[in-house]
Design a protein around this ligand. Structure first.
Ligand code: KIV
Length: 271
């Protein structure tokens, strides 16, 4: 089966096929996710927290994203579509700068598409310019973490009291579709709103905290693998507790080094 393209992802909605997506930041996990035939790997700016221990995504830079995209691209060689997340301020200044920065993610990082947050008039112009030059773009609405300060925190959107109303999200999704996005991330919105959006547009919606009616789902890989500690959002399902598995293995290694049982003859060169 050849490597997926943005065009293939777009078609999956018409074909009624659910889309799988995970974040990936390095070569080793990307190789495993590619082997598991995860449809999309996102080099998300969630690397700020997951890899660098920051409290927000805001300190992630374009150069960091390029380096991690290169690593993922070396791992995901057979199947998964590779999308690089445009970090804070790599877009939003001028349209030309946005296109040039997306171009670096493609040319230097070997991304096959880019994602960016938001749906303002400026964002629409940037998306149109990127699509015009041949770069597939994934939109992202709802709880957009790069705007968390503006939204009043990491809060569910599309509710009465939230920054983005249900009507706003619905019209934003249609604007992103019209601008040429091949799919849209819906983050932290009520499942009924996600259903309405999904039924109103012809491009796939990929939910994270948006319920089961989206065309696909995405999770931060370290969350579903159980590597992260601290607050776990309601929508996260932990499929394995890697934290405990790694802790047990490392404790066993340390004990064996201390008591001299590692390395044994089996793990030593003789002669
Ligand atoms: O950076 C990220 O991981 C994301 C996903 C949550 C969609 O944007």
């Amino acid at each position: 089966m050849p490597k997926l393209t943005a065009f293939d992802i777009q078609k999956m909605k018409q074909e009624g096929k659910k889309i799988t997506m995970l974040t990936a930041y390095d070569y080793s996990l990307a190789s495993i996710f590619d082997e598991a035939k995860i449809d999309i790997l996102l080099i998300g700016d969630s690397m700020g927290q997951a890899i660098y221990g920051a409290s927000t995504t805001l300190e992630v830079t374009l150069n960091m994203t390029i380096r991690h995209t290169q690593a993922v691209a070396r791992g995901a060689v057979n199947y998964s579509l590779i999308i690089a997340d445009m970090p804070f301020l790599s877009f939003g200044l001028t349209v030309d700068e946005t296109v040039a920065n997306a171009g670096r993610l493609i040319k230097e990082g070997h991304a096959e598409a880019v994602k960016l947050e938001g749906s303002s008039d400026n964002r629409i112009k940037e998306i149109e310019a990127m699509v015009d030059i041949g770069i597939p773009v994934q939109g992202h609405i709802g709880l957009i973490p790069q705007s968390a300060y503006k939204l009043g925190g990491y809060k569910v959107q599309g509710k009465n009291e939230s920054y983005f109303s249900e009507e706003q999200l619905l019209s934003d999704a249609k604007r992103l579709e019209a601008a040429g996005c091949f799919s849209i991330i819906l983050e932290a919105i009520p499942l009924a709103v996600a259903k309405k959006i999904t039924e109103s547009i012809s491009i796939p919606t990929i939910g994270i905290g948006a319920g089961p009616n989206c065309d696909g789902q995405v999770l931060v890989c370290y969350d579903m693998l159980g590597c992260t500690s601290g607050h776990k959002p309601k929508f996260v399902k932990q499929y394995v507790n890697l934290h405990q598995i790694i802790l047990d293995a490392v404790n066993k290694y340390a004990k064996e080094v201390k008591d001299g049982s590692y390395p044994s003859l089996e793990h030593s060169y003789e002669g």
